[in-house]
Design a protein around this ligand. Sequence first.
Ligand code: ADP
Ligand code: MG
Length: 407
Amino acid sequence: MSDRLPTGSARTDDATTDVATDGGTRTDDATTDAAADGDAVTAVDPDALLRVEDLRTVFYTEHEEIHAVDGVSFDVHEGETVGLVGESGSGKSVTARSILGLVDEPGRIEEGAIYYRGEDLTDDNWDAHRGDIAIVFQDPGGSLNPVYTVGNQIREALRIHQGLRGSEARERAVDLLEDVGIPDARRRVDEYPHQLSGGMQQRAVIAMALACDPDLLVCDEPTTALDVTIQAQILDLLAELQREENLAILFITHDMGVIEDATDRVNVIYAGEVVERAPTEALFEDPAHPYTRALLQSIPGRTPPDEQLPTIEGEVPTPTGPATDCRFAPRCPAAFDACTTFHPRHQSLDADGTDRTAACLLHDDTHDRTPAEAFDGTDGFVQSDGFGESGDGPHHTGPHADGGDRS
Ligand code: ADP
Ligand code: MG
């Protein structure tokens, strides 16, 4: 249960006078405890290698504002792998691009801070840390230039980031290709990208990223385009590099199975917001947010072979304005009336108030409904009753949706 300990910078220190000023996320008379920025707990560590705080990235398209990243906070420490997981369209790649300073028009980082070793990159400090943070994208073909050899591209990165040239750069490029497990590296260094398989291309991209000698590697779905065996090999490679180089990795994926294998801690993102954060093991043992539960239920292998794999019906909504409710409520099997009128803030779920948080009214003491009433003690959801009785609530769909007769 939540004890709503104030941590991080988002809270004022007096919890009794701490009232929402966030312009409409509360739709009732906010006389009780609420955070100044709508985030009751921001469990980010000021000493972390990377600290993302209340990041908001907006795209101003011709017809609408898309709040792709809408108040995301998390941190990554040296040498650890932190996951960012959510369905397609939830804001993972925009978060990654924001961290690297790669948000293109019509997008803009509107609010928040991205601290790298305590320095806010959004104060135009990206160039100063260009090589410190490297990114690996989903599609290795798109990251490699088809008209240059692999070695050429690695040497270019070595020249820019480490000042290496000539034979020194060439030898280092061969070493890097060996480090990422490319056999016969001395020959392959002179090959063009199309001469390598998809798995080998991704290894080459990782070698290019390592040529910058980064402390943090942002991996945006690095294995999604690869088949399962190659996927496992790339995950092994990343784990090995992390051990040997003490790399920190921000691992972005839609795949909970990969999260379980690859990460130490995890942030679950939905429609531009982190909805749960936890050590990976704890998240898998006891998911707190209904969305996390739903994601876990849709992992292949967790459902008996004769049963159909549950899926979450519907799609991630595109956030076109500030949240005034729970964005997952329309798809949530555990939703109740308040979910349509309150924007849930992160509540601490553990005693020291830092490691585990969830942004869900089930964990917010100011609302009556409890997780025990919503979850049936196994993996499932109790069929909701209170929500939607008036008949005008969101339609209930979810992993256990049975045709919507509960709405
Ligand atoms: P994910 O990586 O989790 O699949 P993205 O971060 O790519 O999701 O996208 C998050 C949201 O931002 C989506 O609604 C997407 O349509 C929107 N978005 C991303 N890039 C742009 C862009 N260049 N212009 C407008 N909207 C964008
Ligand atoms: Mg993406």
